[in-house]
Design a protein around this ligand. Structure first.
Ligand code: SF4
Length: 467
């Protein structure tokens, strides 16, 4: 199957895995025609000349195939919802007993594979709309993807043994997970965060750190009870080490995007982003793919090779570019803009992707490290903290503008966008375009619909740079 070659499967693996792949695709109603469409989409959306990109596509595809077959192949299934920190504890369990446990993020597996690769996400979105998420009410495409899979019976014959999610920040995901618990009988654990930081507090108060640590320890206990064996602190440290190894390679690639000309298409970088934060089923495979890609991008930078002309205006987008439709990332580049940075990628107070642990963190206490990572990201900060970090990011990444593609259906993310723009522009003279869009459900926000406004913004940046 050409699709598997494009996704970096080795010849021996294709021979061995083909029956499983066929079985999984059949369970999802994927036809021969759909496979041909997918092959064309993969060649169009991703730079498959790069071995690292092919390997990353393979990690995503394997994760999805394993997820579909998990009810018949694995003893235990643990699902996680982004961006809860559940991924780290799950990584520890999977690393310890990979043949027994499937753990991962079904929404991301479906958004990437069913959405971006096969172009068939609308069937899950429509199933969610028919079940309970009324069209026109601007529901979150990520949550619709989750409940749509249950509505269509796509989660297999056996329900997950545990779902790890969150009930802070997001207003919709906890309700959807609550519905899934009630209607489909999936036991659910919520990892929370107190949200009483003062409006102007940019440092996370200790009481919040303590609370998050206790929540994460609670998750370790629930997981052990669910699995029937203890997930020890030692396993957690090992799992965290494996995740951090992937993180280092991911950060290396992201930092290379400071080069001019831009060495990597944003659709390929987005592939790294999503697998980095959710690919817990095969951390060794993810680390290998990311390290191969890091070397390939380094070579391009050394050779001065880019995917856009040198000097192209550089912008920051709010979120990773759309997972279910990489055509939007390509449209931004087609009008001449290089995406130098992404709000979600800003971790360090200097605006970079590197992680600097507070001196207060005891690195031997895995829960403190995870809590610190979890709440340091731009996403969790209040408006002043977010604005500070974005302004620092604009300087660090040498940006010419901010293309704030809002996650419009996400109430917590979108609701403070105008205020954020005001805060940023008081601190820095940088053009910022605020646009309605979505990284999950692009039916109302397709590339052609967004193009005219992005084109005008690109023109404005070019005129400003020419002065
Ligand atoms: S995109 Fe927003 S609404 Fe959707 S799950 Fe994430 S935080 Fe919740």
């Amino acid at each position: 199957m050409k699709l598997l070659e494009l996704c970096g499967y080795e010849p021996n693996e294709i021979k061995k895995e083909l029956p499983r792949v066929k079985k999984a695709l059949e369970a999802y109603g994927i036809s021969q025609e759909d496979i041909k469409v997918a092959e064309k989409r993969v060649e169009k959306f991703w730079d498959v000349e790069l071995k690292g990109v092919r390997k990353l596509l393979g990690c995503q595809l394997r994760d999805w195939i394993d997820m579909i077959l998990a009810p018949e192949e694995k003893k235990k299934i643990i699902t996680c919802q982004i961006p809860s920190v559940g991924g780290m504890p799950v990584a520890a369990a999977v690393l310890e007993r990979p043949h027994e446990v499937w753990g991962g993020f079904p929404k991301i597996a479906n958004l990437h594979n069913l959405g971006a690769v096969f172009g068939k996400l609308p069937e899950l979105l429509e199933a969610a709309e028919n079940l309970c998420m009324t069209p026109g009410e601007i529901h979150c495409g990520c949550d619709m993807t989750e409940i749509g899979a249950y509505a269509m019976g796509r989660m297999g014959k056996r329900k997950p043994d545990l779902n790890i999610t969150w009930a802070c920040f997001c207003v919709e995901a906890p309700k959807v997970d609550g519905l899934i618990e009630d209607w489909f009988g999936v036991p659910t654990y919520y990892i929370n965060r107190i949200q009483d930081d003062g409006f102007k507090e940019t440092e996370v108060p200790q009481r919040i750190m303590d609370y998050v640590c206790a929540q994460i320890k609670g998750c370790q206990k629930v997981m052990s009870d669910t699995l029937g064996w203890e997930v020890t602190d030692e396993m957690m440290l090992k799992g965290m080490g494996a995740v951090m190894n992937c993180y280092m390679h991911w950060s290396e690639i992201a930092e290379l995007l400071r080069a001019d000309p831009m060495p990597l298409h944003q659709a390929d970088m987005s592939l790294c982003d999503y697998i980095m934060f959710t690919g817990v089923q095969d951390l060794a495979g993810v680390a290998e793919a990311l390290s191969i890609l890091a070397e390939e991008v380094k070579e391009r930078v050394k050779a001065g090779k880019g995917v856009l002309p040198k000097g192209a205006p550089r912008v920051m987008t709010a979120t990773f570019t759309p997972i279910s439709d990489p055509g939007i990332a390509h449209m931004i580049e087609e009008v001449g803009l290089a995406v130098g940075a992404v709000g979600f990628r800003l971790f360090d107070p200097d605006g970079s992707t590197k992680v600097q642990m507070s001196e207060k963190v005891n690195l031997l206490k895995w829960e403190e490290t995870i809590a610190n990572l979890y709440i340091q990201n731009m996403l969790y900060k209040g408006v002043p903290g977010k604005a500070d970090l974005i302004v620092k990011g604009c300087e660090y990444w040498n940006l010419d503008g901010i293309l704030w593609l809002n996650e419009t259906p996400c109430r917590p993310f979108a609701s403070d966008a105008l205020m954020l723009k005001e805060f940023i522009q008081k601190k820095k003279d940088i053009p910022m375009l605020l646009m309605d869009s979505s990284i999950y459900d692009t039916r109302a926000y397709s590339a052609p619909q967004l193009r005219t406004r992005v084109e005008s913004f690109a023109e404005l940046l070019r005129l400003r740079m020419a002065k």
